[in-house]
Design a protein around this ligand. Structure first.
Ligand SMILES: [Zn+2]
Length: 126
């Protein structure tokens, strides 16, 4: 998988789906335009209704099971690439918000200065 061009946004998500998919308190993602993503080789996908009401499809490597990116029916023109995909080379990651903070758990440490949104950015809780 390759990504061309800059990220549209970098964020963390504490929705219950992300907690289940990551096995921890939040996912870390980079939002990129669909056209910026190029994929070689096989990927597997699993779609399910998300907390937002949209269908969220998670794409992963069938060989190792690592998450690659997600796609929401709510935003078909973008992809949410897992920052863990770049493990060892992701010091550039600078999240600008936490979304779905309504299901954030206290034990999951998030930087205090990061804006928290109850669901998406337009619905602030603080
Ligand atoms: Zn999420």
């Amino acid at each position: 998988m390759r990504i061309a061009g800059p990220a549209l946004s970098m964020f963390m998500c504490s929705c219950l789906d992300c907690q289940r998919a990551t096995g921890t308190g939040h996912s870390t993602a980079v939002l990129v335009p669909l056209g910026a993503l190029s994929i070689t080789g096989e990927i597997k996908s699993f779609g399910s209704p998300s907390d937002s009401g949209a269908v969220f499809t998670r794409h992963f490597c069938p060989g190792c099971g690592n998450p690659l990116f997600g796609a929401s029916s709510r935003a078909p023109d973008v992809r949410m690439v897992s920052v863990g995909f770049f493990a060892g080379h992701n010091d550039w990651y600078a999240p600008n918000q936490l979304i779905f903070a309504r299901s954030h758990r206290q034990w999951d440490m998030i930087a205090d200065e990061l804006p928290w949104h109850e669901t998406y950015r337009e619905k602030r809780i603080s």
